[in-house]
Ligand binder design. Structure first.
Ligand code: GRF
Length: 218
């Protein structure tokens, strides 16, 4: 395994998960993982400010600048090729990725979602909507999920989940903030570290994190 493990982060919004990764790296909590680039789906993404403040290279690739999904995928692949990332992290990235793109980075793309998948995930469940769904349904527990990305929204092998208790006085906004604080900002860096340390074991299409590092090639 190389000494460093390069991680590109794809963002669309505020970038609090990106900030959690930056903080973890600064606190030497990411193991051999190093953030190598931040790619945004729109120039106004606040996450770009956080990336620049941390001295990370940034780029913007907008879906609307490309006619077809495959043109967009090709442009994104080309942009990423400059950084040669070992892992892509979708941290609030709202643009659909096509099958060719996903195939190119098979088992090397993870996404963070603010619910316990498969509940409250899929098309339309972004922003406050998963949290509103949890409250409307009367769930007593929610949480966050990190999963490997496949061709469907919020689908693909689950890597790590963390539960968060729903409080009677919760609003979607309060719940969103607590899920981020108590779950998302913890499990995303933990997953990046586990992958970089080669501590993910695949069996029957499922992914599990183990405590001990797996030797390269096993
Ligand atoms: C997070 O809730 C994440 O789980 C979801 O989108 C949101 C992004 O927030 N996929 P931020 O941009 O990291 O603040």
């Amino acid at each position: 395994m190389p000494d460093t493990f390069k991680v590109a982060v794809l963002v669309s919004g505020g970038g609090t998960n990106l900030a959690a990764l930056i903080r973890s790296q600064q606190e030497q909590q990411l193991g051999p993982a190093r953030l190598c680039a931040v790619i945004a789906s729109r120039p106004s993404a606040l996450a770009l400010d956080k990336a620049r403040a941390a001295g990370l290279p940034t780029a913007v690739v907008c879906r609307r600048d490309y006619i077809s999904q495959s043109d967009y995928d090709a442009a994104l692949l080309q942009k990423l090729a400059v950084y040669q990332p070992d892992l892509l992290v979708l941290a609030g990235f709202l643009t659909r990725l096509g099958p060719d793109f996903i195939h190119h980075y098979e088992r090397r793309i993870i996404n963070i979602h603010p619910s316990l998948l498969p509940s409250f995930g899929g098309p339309g469940f972004y922003g406050l909507r998963p949290h509103r769904g949890v409250l409307d349904y009367g769930c007593k527990i929610t949480g966050a999920t990190v999963h490997f990305v496949d061709a469907d929204y919020d689908h693909g092998p689950i890597l790590l989940q963390k539960p968060v208790t729903v409080q009677p006085e919760d609003t979607p906004e309060l719940l969103q903030a607590r899920v981020m604080r108590e779950a998302e900002w913890l499990i995303l860096p933990a997953c990046v570290r586990a992958i970089a340390e080669n501590r993910v074991v695949w069996k029957d299409g499922q992914a599990n994190i183990i405590e001990q590092r797996v030797q390269p090639g096993l």
